[in-house]
Design a protein around this ligand. Structure first.
Ligand SMILES: CC(C)(COP(=O)(O)OP(=O)(O)OC[C@H]1O[C@@H](n2cnc3c(N)ncnc32)[C@H](O)[C@@H]1OP(=O)(O)O)[C@@H](O)C(=O)NCCC(=O)NCCS
Length: 367
Protein backbone atom coordinates (compact mmCIF):
# COMPACT_ATOMS: atom_id res chain seq x y z
CA UNK A 1 0.00 0.00 0.00
CA UNK A 2 1.56 3.37 -0.98
CA UNK A 3 2.22 6.06 1.62
CA UNK A 4 1.00 9.66 1.22
CA UNK A 5 3.93 12.05 1.59
CA UNK A 6 3.85 15.84 1.85
CA UNK A 7 6.34 16.81 -0.85
CA UNK A 8 5.55 20.48 -1.47
CA UNK A 9 4.22 23.49 0.43
CA UNK A 10 3.44 27.11 -0.27
CA UNK A 11 1.64 30.08 1.24
CA UNK A 12 0.42 33.45 0.12
CA UNK A 13 -1.09 36.38 2.00
CA UNK A 14 -2.36 39.60 0.47
CA UNK A 15 -0.09 42.58 1.01
CA UNK A 16 -2.36 45.01 2.94
CA UNK A 17 -1.99 44.73 6.71
CA UNK A 18 -4.68 45.76 9.17
CA UNK A 19 -3.31 46.42 12.64
CA UNK A 20 -5.22 46.43 15.91
CA UNK A 21 -4.86 50.23 15.95
CA UNK A 22 -6.54 50.35 12.52
CA UNK A 23 -9.47 48.30 13.90
CA UNK A 24 -9.69 50.61 16.91
CA UNK A 25 -10.66 53.33 14.41
CA UNK A 26 -13.65 51.20 13.29
CA UNK A 27 -15.02 49.81 16.57
CA UNK A 28 -14.70 50.45 20.29
CA UNK A 29 -11.60 48.36 21.03
CA UNK A 30 -7.87 48.78 21.50
CA UNK A 31 -4.57 47.06 20.74
CA UNK A 32 -3.97 46.00 24.34
CA UNK A 33 -7.38 44.29 24.70
CA UNK A 34 -7.02 42.40 21.42
CA UNK A 35 -3.45 41.26 22.19
CA UNK A 36 -4.35 40.20 25.75
CA UNK A 37 -7.44 38.19 24.76
CA UNK A 38 -6.29 36.74 21.44
CA UNK A 39 -2.54 37.25 20.88
CA UNK A 40 -3.33 38.91 17.52
CA UNK A 41 -1.40 42.05 16.52
CA UNK A 42 -2.28 42.31 12.83
CA UNK A 43 -3.85 40.46 9.91
CA UNK A 44 -3.68 40.63 6.11
CA UNK A 45 -6.74 41.70 4.14
CA UNK A 46 -7.42 40.82 0.50
CA UNK A 47 -7.55 43.66 -2.01
CA UNK A 48 -10.65 44.15 -4.16
CA UNK A 49 -9.26 42.09 -7.05
CA UNK A 50 -8.18 39.19 -4.82
CA UNK A 51 -10.35 36.14 -4.17
CA UNK A 52 -9.90 32.72 -2.52
CA UNK A 53 -8.95 31.23 -5.92
CA UNK A 54 -6.34 33.88 -6.74
CA UNK A 55 -4.69 33.60 -3.30
CA UNK A 56 -4.81 29.81 -3.65
CA UNK A 57 -3.16 29.87 -7.08
CA UNK A 58 -0.17 31.80 -5.69
CA UNK A 59 0.21 29.33 -2.78
CA UNK A 60 -0.32 26.31 -5.07
CA UNK A 61 2.32 27.33 -7.62
CA UNK A 62 4.83 27.71 -4.76
CA UNK A 63 3.88 24.27 -3.40
CA UNK A 64 4.24 22.67 -6.84
CA UNK A 65 7.63 24.39 -7.25
CA UNK A 66 8.87 22.90 -3.97
CA UNK A 67 7.55 19.46 -4.98
CA UNK A 68 9.05 19.93 -8.48
CA UNK A 69 5.74 18.70 -9.90
CA UNK A 70 3.92 19.92 -13.01
CA UNK A 71 0.24 20.85 -12.51
CA UNK A 72 -0.58 18.48 -15.37
CA UNK A 73 0.54 15.59 -13.16
CA UNK A 74 -2.05 16.32 -10.45
CA UNK A 75 -4.87 13.78 -10.13
CA UNK A 76 -6.90 15.60 -7.48
CA UNK A 77 -7.39 19.10 -6.06
CA UNK A 78 -9.23 19.55 -2.77
CA UNK A 79 -9.91 23.10 -1.67
CA UNK A 80 -10.98 23.61 1.93
CA UNK A 81 -12.53 27.02 2.50
CA UNK A 82 -14.91 28.77 4.91
CA UNK A 83 -15.29 31.64 2.43
CA UNK A 84 -15.61 29.89 -0.96
CA UNK A 85 -15.91 32.07 -4.01
CA UNK A 86 -19.42 30.78 -4.82
CA UNK A 87 -21.86 28.12 -3.53
CA UNK A 88 -21.02 26.54 -6.88
CA UNK A 89 -18.88 26.14 -8.93
CA UNK A 90 -16.31 24.87 -6.48
CA UNK A 91 -13.34 27.16 -5.82
CA UNK A 92 -11.19 24.07 -6.50
CA UNK A 93 -12.34 24.11 -10.16
CA UNK A 94 -11.37 27.78 -10.54
CA UNK A 95 -7.93 26.90 -9.17
CA UNK A 96 -7.68 23.85 -11.48
CA UNK A 97 -8.34 26.08 -14.49
CA UNK A 98 -5.87 28.80 -13.42
CA UNK A 99 -2.91 26.52 -12.66
CA UNK A 100 -3.50 24.25 -15.68
CA UNK A 101 -4.14 20.98 -13.84
CA UNK A 102 -5.54 19.35 -16.98
CA UNK A 103 -6.25 15.88 -15.60
CA UNK A 104 -7.24 16.64 -12.00
CA UNK A 105 -10.61 16.11 -10.37
CA UNK A 106 -11.47 19.09 -8.18
CA UNK A 107 -13.87 19.69 -5.32
CA UNK A 108 -14.39 21.89 -2.26
CA UNK A 109 -14.51 20.57 1.26
CA UNK A 110 -16.55 22.38 3.89
CA UNK A 111 -15.52 21.70 7.47
CA UNK A 112 -14.81 25.30 8.51
CA UNK A 113 -11.43 25.83 10.20
CA UNK A 114 -10.90 22.05 10.48
CA UNK A 115 -11.18 21.81 6.69
CA UNK A 116 -7.47 21.57 5.93
CA UNK A 117 -6.94 18.62 8.32
CA UNK A 118 -10.00 16.86 6.85
CA UNK A 119 -8.81 17.58 3.29
CA UNK A 120 -5.27 16.30 3.88
CA UNK A 121 -6.76 13.12 5.31
CA UNK A 122 -9.10 12.68 2.30
CA UNK A 123 -6.25 13.19 -0.17
CA UNK A 124 -4.00 10.84 1.83
CA UNK A 125 -6.69 8.15 1.86
CA UNK A 126 -7.14 8.46 -1.93
CA UNK A 127 -3.37 8.01 -2.33
CA UNK A 128 -3.24 5.14 0.18
CA UNK A 129 -6.03 3.32 -1.68
CA UNK A 130 -3.95 3.43 -4.86
CA UNK A 131 -6.61 5.33 -6.84
CA UNK A 132 -4.47 8.49 -7.29
CA UNK A 133 -0.80 9.42 -7.12
CA UNK A 134 -0.58 13.21 -6.81
CA UNK A 135 -2.88 15.59 -4.94
CA UNK A 136 -2.98 19.30 -4.20
CA UNK A 137 -4.67 20.33 -0.95
CA UNK A 138 -5.45 23.98 -0.32
CA UNK A 139 -6.84 26.09 2.50
CA UNK A 140 -7.81 29.55 1.26
CA UNK A 141 -9.82 32.40 2.74
CA UNK A 142 -11.07 35.91 2.25
CA UNK A 143 -13.14 35.86 5.44
CA UNK A 144 -12.72 39.64 5.68
CA UNK A 145 -15.62 39.79 3.18
CA UNK A 146 -17.95 38.06 5.67
CA UNK A 147 -16.95 39.96 8.76
CA UNK A 148 -19.17 42.69 10.17
CA UNK A 149 -16.68 45.51 10.61
CA UNK A 150 -19.05 47.01 13.19
CA UNK A 151 -18.98 43.90 15.41
CA UNK A 152 -16.01 44.04 17.79
CA UNK A 153 -16.61 40.44 18.92
CA UNK A 154 -15.64 39.03 15.51
CA UNK A 155 -13.90 41.64 13.35
CA UNK A 156 -10.74 41.55 15.49
CA UNK A 157 -10.20 37.84 14.85
CA UNK A 158 -10.05 36.99 11.17
CA UNK A 159 -7.50 37.48 8.38
CA UNK A 160 -7.09 36.45 4.74
CA UNK A 161 -4.55 34.11 3.17
CA UNK A 162 -3.91 30.75 1.56
CA UNK A 163 -1.70 27.73 2.09
CA UNK A 164 -1.20 24.60 -0.02
CA UNK A 165 0.42 21.19 0.29
CA UNK A 166 1.31 18.72 -2.47
CA UNK A 167 0.80 15.07 -1.47
CA UNK A 168 2.43 12.27 -3.45
CA UNK A 169 2.41 8.49 -3.38
CA UNK A 170 5.60 6.64 -2.49
CA UNK A 171 6.35 3.12 -1.33
CA UNK A 172 8.73 4.57 1.26
CA UNK A 173 7.06 4.56 4.73
CA UNK A 174 6.20 8.00 6.14
CA UNK A 175 3.92 10.89 5.29
CA UNK A 176 0.45 10.93 6.86
CA UNK A 177 0.64 8.42 9.72
CA UNK A 178 -2.74 8.84 11.43
CA UNK A 179 -5.78 11.08 11.55
CA UNK A 180 -8.92 11.62 13.58
CA UNK A 181 -11.92 13.56 12.30
CA UNK A 182 -14.74 14.49 14.67
CA UNK A 183 -17.94 16.55 14.62
CA UNK A 184 -20.81 17.63 16.86
CA UNK A 185 -23.64 19.34 15.01
CA UNK A 186 -25.46 20.01 18.29
CA UNK A 187 -23.08 23.00 18.57
CA UNK A 188 -23.81 24.21 15.03
CA UNK A 189 -25.30 27.50 16.21
CA UNK A 190 -22.20 28.69 18.10
CA UNK A 191 -20.37 29.81 14.94
CA UNK A 192 -22.39 30.54 11.81
CA UNK A 193 -22.73 32.32 8.50
CA UNK A 194 -26.42 31.78 7.83
CA UNK A 195 -27.25 33.90 4.80
CA UNK A 196 -27.04 32.92 1.14
CA UNK A 197 -27.77 29.21 1.57
CA UNK A 198 -31.08 27.54 0.73
CA UNK A 199 -32.51 28.06 4.21
CA UNK A 200 -31.93 31.81 4.09
CA UNK A 201 -31.49 32.80 0.43
CA UNK A 202 -30.23 36.36 -0.01
CA UNK A 203 -33.04 38.88 0.43
CA UNK A 204 -33.52 42.36 1.83
CA UNK A 205 -34.48 40.74 5.14
CA UNK A 206 -31.32 38.57 5.38
CA UNK A 207 -29.17 41.60 4.68
CA UNK A 208 -31.06 43.69 7.23
CA UNK A 209 -30.69 40.92 9.85
CA UNK A 210 -26.91 40.64 9.24
CA UNK A 211 -27.21 36.99 8.19
CA UNK A 212 -24.39 37.38 5.64
CA UNK A 213 -21.88 38.03 8.41
CA UNK A 214 -20.02 35.64 10.70
CA UNK A 215 -21.89 35.30 14.00
CA UNK A 216 -20.24 33.75 17.00
CA UNK A 217 -20.72 32.88 20.63
CA UNK A 218 -17.07 33.57 21.49
CA UNK A 219 -17.13 32.10 24.99
CA UNK A 220 -18.83 28.90 23.84
CA UNK A 221 -16.34 28.44 20.96
CA UNK A 222 -13.46 29.12 23.35
CA UNK A 223 -14.68 26.46 25.79
CA UNK A 224 -15.22 23.92 22.98
CA UNK A 225 -11.78 24.59 21.45
CA UNK A 226 -9.91 24.16 24.71
CA UNK A 227 -11.85 20.93 25.40
CA UNK A 228 -11.04 19.24 22.08
CA UNK A 229 -7.53 20.37 21.03
CA UNK A 230 -5.51 18.37 23.54
CA UNK A 231 -7.78 15.33 23.38
CA UNK A 232 -7.69 15.12 19.56
CA UNK A 233 -3.89 15.45 19.62
CA UNK A 234 -3.59 12.50 22.01
CA UNK A 235 -6.06 10.41 19.97
CA UNK A 236 -4.08 10.95 16.73
CA UNK A 237 -0.81 10.17 18.52
CA UNK A 238 -2.24 6.99 20.01
CA UNK A 239 -3.40 5.84 16.55
CA UNK A 240 0.14 6.40 15.26
CA UNK A 241 1.56 4.50 18.26
CA UNK A 242 3.36 7.61 19.55
CA UNK A 243 3.43 10.02 22.46
CA UNK A 244 4.12 13.74 22.55
CA UNK A 245 7.80 12.88 23.22
CA UNK A 246 8.09 11.55 19.64
CA UNK A 247 6.85 14.80 18.14
CA UNK A 248 9.09 17.63 16.96
CA UNK A 249 6.31 20.19 17.02
CA UNK A 250 2.57 20.74 17.00
CA UNK A 251 0.99 23.05 14.44
CA UNK A 252 -2.39 24.06 15.88
CA UNK A 253 -5.15 26.02 14.16
CA UNK A 254 -4.23 29.66 14.78
CA UNK A 255 -7.40 31.09 16.31
CA UNK A 256 -6.30 32.49 19.64
CA UNK A 257 -3.02 32.36 21.60
CA UNK A 258 -4.88 31.60 24.84
CA UNK A 259 -6.57 28.55 23.29
CA UNK A 260 -3.18 27.18 22.22
CA UNK A 261 -1.77 27.90 25.71
CA UNK A 262 -4.63 25.96 27.33
CA UNK A 263 -3.99 23.00 24.99
CA UNK A 264 -0.28 23.13 25.89
CA UNK A 265 -1.15 23.01 29.61
CA UNK A 266 -3.51 20.06 29.05
CA UNK A 267 -0.77 18.20 27.18
CA UNK A 268 1.83 19.25 29.80
CA UNK A 269 4.02 20.71 27.05
CA UNK A 270 5.96 23.94 26.84
CA UNK A 271 4.72 26.54 24.36
CA UNK A 272 8.06 26.11 22.52
CA UNK A 273 6.66 22.88 21.08
CA UNK A 274 3.86 24.80 19.32
CA UNK A 275 4.21 26.68 16.06
CA UNK A 276 2.41 30.00 16.61
CA UNK A 277 2.02 32.90 14.18
CA UNK A 278 -1.49 34.06 15.07
CA UNK A 279 0.05 37.41 16.09
CA UNK A 280 0.83 38.28 12.43
CA UNK A 281 -2.08 36.71 10.53
CA UNK A 282 -5.05 36.40 12.91
CA UNK A 283 -7.36 33.47 12.29
CA UNK A 284 -7.11 32.54 8.59
CA UNK A 285 -9.42 29.54 9.12
CA UNK A 286 -8.52 26.68 6.73
CA UNK A 287 -5.32 28.47 5.70
CA UNK A 288 -3.91 28.84 9.21
CA UNK A 289 -2.27 25.39 9.55
CA UNK A 290 -0.58 25.39 6.12
CA UNK A 291 0.61 29.00 6.55
CA UNK A 292 2.13 28.20 9.97
CA UNK A 293 3.67 24.98 8.63
CA UNK A 294 5.22 26.69 5.60
CA UNK A 295 6.84 29.26 7.90
CA UNK A 296 8.11 26.48 10.19
CA UNK A 297 9.56 24.57 7.20
CA UNK A 298 11.20 27.74 5.87
CA UNK A 299 12.73 28.46 9.31
CA UNK A 300 14.14 24.93 9.52
CA UNK A 301 11.87 24.17 12.46
CA UNK A 302 10.32 21.28 10.53
CA UNK A 303 12.84 19.06 8.76
CA UNK A 304 12.54 15.80 6.80
CA UNK A 305 11.99 12.90 9.19
CA UNK A 306 10.38 15.07 11.90
CA UNK A 307 7.02 13.94 13.29
CA UNK A 308 4.52 16.78 13.34
CA UNK A 309 0.95 17.05 14.67
CA UNK A 310 -1.70 19.20 12.98
CA UNK A 311 -4.74 19.92 15.16
CA UNK A 312 -7.75 22.06 14.33
CA UNK A 313 -11.27 22.97 15.41
CA UNK A 314 -14.03 25.06 13.92
CA UNK A 315 -17.66 25.66 13.07
CA UNK A 316 -19.87 22.66 12.62
CA UNK A 317 -18.73 21.94 15.23
CA UNK A 318 -15.78 20.07 13.77
CA UNK A 319 -12.35 19.14 15.03
CA UNK A 320 -9.55 16.82 14.06
CA UNK A 321 -5.87 16.02 14.35
CA UNK A 322 -3.25 14.13 12.42
CA UNK A 323 0.32 12.94 12.79
CA UNK A 324 2.64 13.24 9.80
CA UNK A 325 6.25 12.44 9.16
CA UNK A 326 7.62 15.41 7.23
CA UNK A 327 9.16 14.41 3.91
CA UNK A 328 9.99 17.07 1.34
CA UNK A 329 10.38 16.73 -2.41
CA UNK A 330 10.87 13.30 -3.98
CA UNK A 331 14.34 13.39 -5.63
CA UNK A 332 14.16 13.45 -9.43
CA UNK A 333 16.38 14.63 -12.30
CA UNK A 334 13.66 16.63 -14.06
CA UNK A 335 13.26 20.33 -13.32
CA UNK A 336 9.72 21.66 -13.51
CA UNK A 337 8.54 25.31 -13.68
CA UNK A 338 4.88 25.16 -12.55
CA UNK A 339 4.45 28.94 -13.03
CA UNK A 340 4.95 28.55 -16.80
CA UNK A 341 1.82 26.38 -16.96
CA UNK A 342 -0.24 29.38 -15.83
CA UNK A 343 0.26 31.16 -19.14
CA UNK A 344 -0.66 28.03 -21.10
CA UNK A 345 -3.60 27.50 -18.71
CA UNK A 346 -4.96 30.98 -19.46
CA UNK A 347 -4.70 30.38 -23.20
CA UNK A 348 -6.24 26.91 -22.85
CA UNK A 349 -9.12 28.28 -20.78
CA UNK A 350 -9.76 31.01 -23.39
CA UNK A 351 -9.72 28.49 -26.27
CA UNK A 352 -12.07 26.10 -24.44
CA UNK A 353 -14.53 28.94 -23.76
CA UNK A 354 -14.35 29.96 -27.43
CA UNK A 355 -14.97 26.37 -28.59
CA UNK A 356 -17.94 26.07 -26.22
CA UNK A 357 -19.34 29.35 -27.58
CA UNK A 358 -18.95 28.22 -31.22
CA UNK A 359 -20.41 24.78 -30.47
CA UNK A 360 -23.37 26.44 -28.75
CA UNK A 361 -23.88 28.80 -31.69
CA UNK A 362 -23.73 25.96 -34.26
CA UNK A 363 -26.05 23.65 -32.33
CA UNK A 364 -28.59 26.50 -31.98
CA UNK A 365 -28.50 26.90 -35.77
CA UNK A 366 -29.05 23.15 -36.21
CA UNK A 367 -32.14 23.14 -33.93
C1 LIG B 1 -13.87 36.48 21.14
C2 LIG B 1 -13.01 36.41 22.41
C3 LIG B 1 -11.63 36.95 22.11
C4 LIG B 1 -13.66 37.27 23.46
O1 LIG B 1 -12.89 37.19 24.66
P1 LIG B 1 -13.59 36.99 26.07
O2 LIG B 1 -12.53 36.98 27.08
O3 LIG B 1 -14.46 35.75 25.95
O4 LIG B 1 -14.43 38.29 26.16
P2 LIG B 1 -16.00 38.44 26.46
O5 LIG B 1 -16.78 38.07 25.25
O6 LIG B 1 -16.32 37.75 27.75
O7 LIG B 1 -16.11 39.96 26.69
C5 LIG B 1 -15.55 40.58 27.83
C6 LIG B 1 -15.84 42.05 27.76
O8 LIG B 1 -15.08 42.63 26.71
C7 LIG B 1 -15.92 43.28 25.76
N1 LIG B 1 -15.38 43.10 24.44
C8 LIG B 1 -15.70 42.15 23.52
N2 LIG B 1 -14.96 42.34 22.41
C9 LIG B 1 -14.18 43.41 22.65
C10 LIG B 1 -13.21 44.08 21.89
N3 LIG B 1 -12.88 43.69 20.64
N4 LIG B 1 -12.56 45.14 22.44
C11 LIG B 1 -12.85 45.53 23.69
N5 LIG B 1 -13.78 44.95 24.45
C12 LIG B 1 -14.43 43.89 23.95
C13 LIG B 1 -17.27 42.61 25.94
O9 LIG B 1 -18.31 43.48 25.53
C14 LIG B 1 -17.29 42.36 27.41
O10 LIG B 1 -17.62 43.56 28.07
P3 LIG B 1 -18.60 43.51 29.36
O11 LIG B 1 -17.87 42.68 30.36
O12 LIG B 1 -18.71 44.95 29.71
O13 LIG B 1 -19.86 42.88 28.88
C15 LIG B 1 -12.91 34.94 22.92
O14 LIG B 1 -14.13 34.52 23.44
C16 LIG B 1 -12.47 33.97 21.87
O15 LIG B 1 -11.37 34.07 21.32
N6 LIG B 1 -13.30 32.95 21.57
C17 LIG B 1 -12.97 31.96 20.54
C18 LIG B 1 -13.28 32.55 19.20
C19 LIG B 1 -12.67 31.78 18.09
O16 LIG B 1 -11.57 31.30 18.18
N7 LIG B 1 -13.42 31.68 16.98
C20 LIG B 1 -12.98 31.02 15.80
C21 LIG B 1 -13.01 29.57 15.97
S1 LIG B 1 -12.43 28.73 14.55
Amino acid sequence: MPFAHITGWGMYVPEPVLTNDDIAKLVDTNDEWIRDRTGIRERHIAREHEFPSTLAVEASIKALRVANLAPTELDLIICASSSPEYIFPATACLIQDQIGATKAGAFDLSAACTGFVYAINMAAQAIRSGSIKNALVIGTETLSRFVDWKDRNTCILFGDGAGAFVLQASEKPGGVLSAVMRSDGSGADSLTLLGGGSRHPASEATIHEGKHFVQMDGKEVFRFATRVMGRATLEALELAGMTTDDVKCIVPHQANYRIIETAAKYLKLSMDKFVVNVDRYGNTSTASIPIATVEAAQDGRVMPGDKVVFVAFGAGLTWGAMVVEWTGPIPTKKHVHPEQYRIIARLRSFVRRAIRFIEGFLSRKEL
